[in-house]
Write a protein that binds this ligand. Structure first.
Ligand SMILES: Nc1ncnc2c1ncn2[C@@H]1O[C@H](COP(=O)(O)OP(=O)(O)OP(=O)(O)O)[C@@H](O)[C@H]1O
Ligand SMILES: [Mg+2]
Length: 583
């Protein structure tokens, strides 16, 4: 258990150890006064007497111990907190680096709530373990052990009596761990579920408001919050009796010692001063034992959390090679590529190649697998079977960084970070100057809407880019790609924002992005790709045809169907526009 955590203390492990040592010294100082108390009491019991100096010395020593205890305790906690917060930092960074290597699907599948709970709540709760439970628990436990040994040395019979309450207490503690752990899984899962539901509820507020305020979403919220309460209470109910038992029994070291020890003294088997000394010591172990127990009781929870955290990353990471891109050219080949997100396969053996410098269009009905194919090419996921090569080199052999240098990917849905639009574009090439960013924005046709914004390109994008319209967001993404200037461009056109003015701007921006590049464009407006070097028609995860526009119209029924639908849509739009003019 401690090993698990200590792994993450990194170079602060020494501080952790130091804090334990200082706290042990502190606790020892809290025990010592009972020894001096005994020295004050002994003459009374043996009929001797104390000089004033002796009295003052013992009383002064008691006071000094108390002061030292306070100082050491403060210093120990300062050290333990320092190491604790550094460890939390290490843990977060370590988990983030692992998260980076996970396939995108594995991350999205779990839900934002689960990740938030892990990165924020669970890790934060480890502060209790690292800053308190570990050093304080250990130090509070160490001292009673020494005191018990001293009791045995004083009089082994009395020492034995003082240990009598231990087995009962330990038994109760064991029972608490067992029942607590048996409920922990449900309790923890309920917490994760509630987190996910709350995040979803907030993100989906728009839909909730428009449709059903008291509907399904709100009910789920209520149910999950209630469930969490129930599971927490369940967990508590399973534990509280045992908790009460051991916290009351364990520290009562004098429970058997007081009566039976008294009897031994009367029977002449032990001496009165020894009895007094052991009793004094027994009072001193109570408080540290209780403190130790309180901290120990949180250990099973924390152990469970660490296991959970580690299990979140049990999914095999993306297969990523260490070598740089060393392909012969920029030809892209899909070789019998199969892929499933979960159980059902969505791509069933896709093969085609994209010659360097050509423009390939991917078309197909919604859900045919176009975006999936693009995401495989940028290695968001590993292919389930088959392979994808770039210049003859398998994607899985090159590092993600070097693949990234070759490809600009403009996704169907754009996420913008809530920093300025300037910084959002600069992500394309972090070293770019402001002027270069502005030039890229201009080429991506962002000029007109940036002018409308009060702060122009310095406007904040809003959470996830909510401050901009969909079309504007996509043009920001195109500016990013222009700035990046990678030799291959994969462009997943957005389906919406097709009003004529926006379409014209989008076309101009796209023309800038793809000029002189090897391009794969996923096109929803077929009219814009009639001139493509090749068109790949996808139908339900299979290639239904490959060729140029004119040939495909004659040879590929799936393409002909798409084309007719596109013509229909265009005609509908023209007539709608005409209607609009007349009105
Ligand atoms: N993250 C995901 N998890 C599970 N299934 C998914 C996921 N993304 C897509 N799918 C499924 O994979 C199939 C292909 O989806 P994909 O997004 O590639 O279609 P598309 O051709 O891009 O459609 P559109 O034209 O609507 O963008 C669909 O059946 C879809 O339901
Ligand atoms: Mg798509």
């Amino acid at each position: 258990m401690f090993q698990k955590v200590l792994r993450y203390t990194g170079r602060h492990r020494k501080t952790t150890y130091a804090s334990i040592l200082v706290l042990v010294a502190g606790v020892a100082m809290s025990v010592l006064p009972y020894f001096f108390l005994y020295r004050l009491l002994r003459p009374l019991l043996t009929g001797g007497s104390l000089t004033l100096e002796e009295t003052l010395f013992n009383a002064g020593a008691m006071a000094l111990c108390m002061v030292l205890y306070g100082l050491l305790y403060v210093e120990g906690l300062a050290l333990s907190h320092r190491s604790a917060y550094h460890t939390l930092e290490n843990l977060r960074l370590h988990l983030q680096s692992k998260l980076e290597k996970q396939p995108l699907g594995a991350i999205q599948e779990k839900g934002v709530g689960v990740w938030k709970k892990m990165f924020i709540d669970d890790i934060e709760s480890m502060e209790l373990l690292l800053a308190h439970a570990l050093p304080e628990g250990l130090s509070n436990l160490a001292v009673p052990v020494v005191v018990f040994a001293a009791m045995f040395l004083t009089d082994w019979k009395l020492g034995l009596l003082s240990l009598c309450s231990l087995p009962l207490g330990v038994l109760a503690m064991g029972m608490m761990y067992r029942s607590g752990m048996s409920k922990m899984g449900d309790y923890y899962a309920a917490g994760q579920k509630m987190n996910n539901t709350i995040v979803e509820y907030i993100n989906g507020m728009e839909v909730v408001k428009v449709f059903n305020r008291d509907g399904e979403s709100y009910h789920r919220f209520e149910t999950d919050v209630k469930n969490y309460r129930d599971f927490t209470l369940d967990w508590f109910r399973a534990c509280w009796l045992w908790m009460a038992l051991y916290t009351s029994i364990l520290p009562c070291v004098a429970l058997v010692l007081l009566p039976v020890g008294g009897y031994l003294v009367l029977a002449g088997a032990s001496t009165l001063p020894d009895y007094a000394l052991v009793l004094c010591m027994s009072f001193s172990v109570g408080p540290p034992l209780v403190r130790a127990m309180n901290f120990m009781s949180v250990l099973p929870q924390l152990s469970y959390k660490i296991d959970q955290m580690e299990s979140l990353f049990n999914i095999p990471p993306l297969k990523e090679g260490k070598t740089d891109f060393n392909g012969n050219d920029l030809q892209i080949r899909f070789e019998n590529v199969r892929f499933s997100y979960e159980k059902d396969e969505v791509l069933h053996g896709i093969s085609f190649s994209v010659p360097q410098g050509s423009l390939t269009a991917l078309v197909g009905e919604s859900g045919s697998g176009k975006s999936t194919l693009a995401k495989l090419l940028v290695h968001f996921y590993d292919v389930t079977d088959g392979r994808i090569t770039l210049g003859g080199q398998d994607l899985r052999e090159m590092s993600l960084a070097s693949l990234n240098e070759q490809i600009s990917f403009v996704a169907q849905e754009q996420f913008l970070f809530n920093t300025s639009l300037l910084e959002n574009i600069r992500l394309g090439r972090p070293g770019a100057t402001d002027e270069e960013v502005l030039a890229a924005a201009e080429r991506a046709q962002c000029g007109e809407f940036l002018e409308r914004l009060e702060k122009g390109i310095y406007t904040m994008a809003g959470d996830g880019g909510k401050g901009l319209s969909g079309g504007e967001r996509q043009r920001i993404a195109l500016a990013r790609a222009i700035l990046k200037d990678a030799p291959i461009v994969v462009l997943d056109e957005a389906t919406a924002f097709l009003d004529p003015e926006n379409e014209e701007k989008m076309n101009a921006a796209i023309a800038e992005v793809i000029r002189g590049k090897t391009v794969i464009v996923i096109a929803h407006r077929l009219q814009s790709i009639v001139g493509a070097d090749q068109i790949v028609v996808l139908d339900q995860g299979k290639v239904a045809g490959i060729g140029r526009h004119d040939t495909l119209r004659k040879t590929c029924p799936a393409y002909e169907k798409l084309w007719r639908a596109a013509e229909g849509a265009a005609a509908w739009r023209v007539s709608a526009e005409k209607g609009g003019d007349e009105a």
